[in-house]
Design a protein around this ligand. Structure first.
Ligand code: IFM
Length: 467
C-alpha cells in the first residue's frame, strides 16, 4: 500500500462559483449577467434550466459553512458575482452586494476557514456585454475598478485573491465556439477578448496591490496536457498546436510576458490574425499582464490526445473506453495531473501552486436509505491526490487543493445534469445531501494523507457529515 502524507499546513478546500450556486438572481439589487441572458435563449442550456435559484446559496450560505466545518476544510474558494457589485457595470457599487460578501467572509473567518475569492468566474454584467464585453478594452478598465472596490472593502480580511477563473473558457467557449455566454463564434474577436481578460488581470493585481498591499495575488488557469497519438511529426505537431491554443496562450503572457510565437503563427495560418502583429496589443500591456504573481491556481480535469488526420486536420482522438470517462466524457487520467504540475513548475516556476479545481461528474443515485454511494468519485480523487503527492516529492511547490465542487450545481450549458458535488442538492427542497465522497474527503483532510487502498464500494460513515 502506498500512503502519502502531505506537508504540514497543506491547505485542503472546496470550490464553487457565484453563478453556479448562489441563485438570488433578483435579490439584493443584483444586475443581470451574461449567463442570465444566455439561459433565456432556447437550446443554450441542455436541460432548459437557468441559475435564478441554483443551490440557493444566497440564503443558505450559513448552512454551507457548517458543511465546510464538518469536512474540516481549511479554505473555501468561492467567487464574487460582479453583477451583484456593479449591477449597472460601473458607477456606484451596490452596498447590498458588498454586504453579502462581507457577511460570508466574516463567517468563514469565524469558522476558521480561509476565504479564497475569485473575482471573475464568467458572470459579466450584461450591460458591459451590451457595450462589447471582453472584446472591448474598456471592460478591462471596469474590471480594474471592480477589483479595487472589492479590495477596499475586504482587503483587511482576504489573504489571497485570484482575478480570473480559466480565461481560456471565457474567451474560447464564449467568443469563439459559442457554447458559453455570450455565445459568439468569431475567432478574431475571441483573441481580442482573451487579451483584455489577461490585461484586466494585470490591472486588477495592480489595483488590489494599492488597496491591500499584503494580499497575495494569483490567477487561475486551466491546464490540459496534450499528448501526441504517435511519435510521428504530424501528431507531435497536433499536440504542440493544442498546447499553444489552450495552455501557452494564457500561461506565457502571465508568467513570461510574451505570447507564444508558434501559436501566433497558427492563428495567422488559420486566418484569425492578419499577420504576426497583434492588433489589440498596446505598449505596456504585456508588462501589466506579467505583473509578478504570488501564486498560480491550476485547474486540472483531464488530458487530450492529439493527432493529424488524413485531411491534415489537427484533431483530438476520441477518448475511451466508456468506463474510463466521467459524465463530461472526460478521460480519468491522474497521471496528467502529475505531468501538469511538473510542467508548470519547470516551464513557469510560480512561487506557489494551488490546484484550484479538480473533480469528476458522476450521476450516482440515492438508495432507499437516502445514501449516495459514489465510489468512482472517491477513486478519482484518491488517484489525483497520489499524483499530487508524487509531484510534491519531486519538489513542486504545491500548497493546497480545492475539490470541485462542494455542491452539485449549475454546470453552465449542461444545466444541472452534470454532478460534480461532494454533496447533492435536492431539486425541490435544496437540502444538501452528503455523498460517500464527502466522508472520504473529510478523512483525507483530517489525516492530511491519502493511501492507494481500493476505494470502498460502500463508505461506512456518510451520515457523519450530515448536519
Ligand atoms: O464547473 C466548471 C467551473 O465553473 C470551471 N471549471 C470547470 C468546472 C467543470 O466543468
Amino acid at each position: 500500500m502506498t500512503r502519502h502524507s502531505f506537508p504540514q499546513g497543506f491547505l485542503w478546500g472546496a470550490a464553487t462559483s457565484s453563478q453556479q450556486i448562489e441563485g438570488g438572481r433578483f435579490e439584493g439589487g443584483r444586475g443581470e449577467s451574461i449567463w442570465d441572458r444566455f439561459a433565456t435563449i432556447p437550446g443554450k442550456i441542455e436541460d432548459g434550466s437557468n441559475s435564478d435559484l441554483a443551490c440557493d446559496h444566497y440564503h443558505r450560505w450559513p448552512e454551507d459553512i457548517e458543511i465546510m466545518k464538518s469536512l474540516g476544510l481549511g479554505a473555501y474558494r468561492f467567487s464574487i458575482a460582479w453583477p451583484r457589485i456593479f449591477p449597472g457595470g460601473s458607477g456606484k457599487p451596490n452596498e447590498a452586494g458588498l454586504d453579502f460578501y462581507e457577511s460570508l467572509v466574516d463567517a468563514l473567518l469565524e469558522a476558521g476557514i480561509r476565504p479564497f475569492p475569485t473575482l471573475y468566474p464568467w458572470d459579466l454584467p450584461q450591460v458591459l456585454q451590451d457595450r462589447g464585453g471582453w472584446a472591448e478594452r474598456d471592460t478591462a478598465e471596469r474590471f480594474k475598478d471592480y477589483a479595487a472596490v472589492m479590495a477596499r472593502r475586504l482587503g483587511d480580511r482576504i489573504a489571497q485573491w485570484t482575478t480570473h477563473n480559466e480565461p481560456w473558457c471565457a474567451a474560447t467557449l464564449g467568443y469563439e465556439e459559442g457554447h458559453h455566454a455570450p455565445g459568439h463564434k468569431d475567432p478574431s474577436e475571441a483573441l481580442c477578448a482573451a487579451h483584455h481578460l489577461l490585461l484586466s488581470h494585470g490591472w486588477a493585481c495592480q489595483a488590489i496591490g494599492i488597496e491591500a498591499s499584503r494580499a497575495e495575488l494569483g490567477i487561475v488557469h486551466i491546464h490540459t496536457p496534450a499528448y501526441p497519438e504517435s511519435t510521428s511529426q504530424a501528431d507531435e505537431d497536433a499536440a504542440r498546436w493544442f498546447d499553444g491554443f489552450f495552455n501557452r496562450w494564457y500561461f506565457d503572457p502571465v508568467l513570461r510576458g510574451v505570447y507564444p510565437e508558434d501559436a501566433i503563427a497558427d492563428r495567422v495560418a488559420a486566418g484569425h490574425l492578419e499577420g504576426p502583429e497583434l492588433p489589440f496589443l498596446k505598449d505596456g500591456d504585456l508588462e501589466a499582464i506579467s505583473t509578478p504573481l504570488d501564486f498560480l491556481g491550476v485547474n486540472y480535469y483531464s488530458r487530450v490526445i492529439m493527432k493529424t488526420d488524413e485531411d491534415g486536420r489537427r484533431v483530438a482522438v476520441k477518448p475511451g473506453p466508456p468506463e474510463s470517462l466521467t459524465d463530461m466524457d472526460w478521460e480519468v487520467y491522474p497521471e496528467g495531473l502529475y505531468d501538469t504540475l511538473r510542467r508548470v513548475h519547470k516551464d513557469y516556476a510560480p512561487k506557489k501552486i494551488y490546484i484550484t479545481e479538480n473533480g469528476a461528474a458522476y450521476d450516482d443515485p440515492m438508495d432507499a436509505e437516502g445514501r449516495i454511494a459514489d465510489p468512482r468519485r472517491i477513486a478519482y480523487l484518491r488517484d489525483h491526490f497520489l499524483s499530487m503527492g508524487r509531484a510534491i516529492e519531486d519538489g513542486v511547490p504545491l500548497k493546497g487543493y480545492f475539490a470541485w465542487s462542494l455542491l452539485d450545481n449549475f454546470e453552465w450549458g449542461y444545466g444541472f445534469k452534470k454532478r460534480f458535488g461532494l454533496y447533492a442538492v435536492d431539486e425541490s427542497s435544496r437540502q444538501r445531501i452528503p455523498k460517500d465522497s464527502a466522508a472520504w474527503y473529510r478523512d483525507v483532510v483530517s489525516a492530511n494523507a491519502v493511501s492507494d487502498e481500493p476505494t470502498p464500494t460502500s463508505h461506512g460513515d456518510s451520515r457523519a457529515v450530515e448536519l
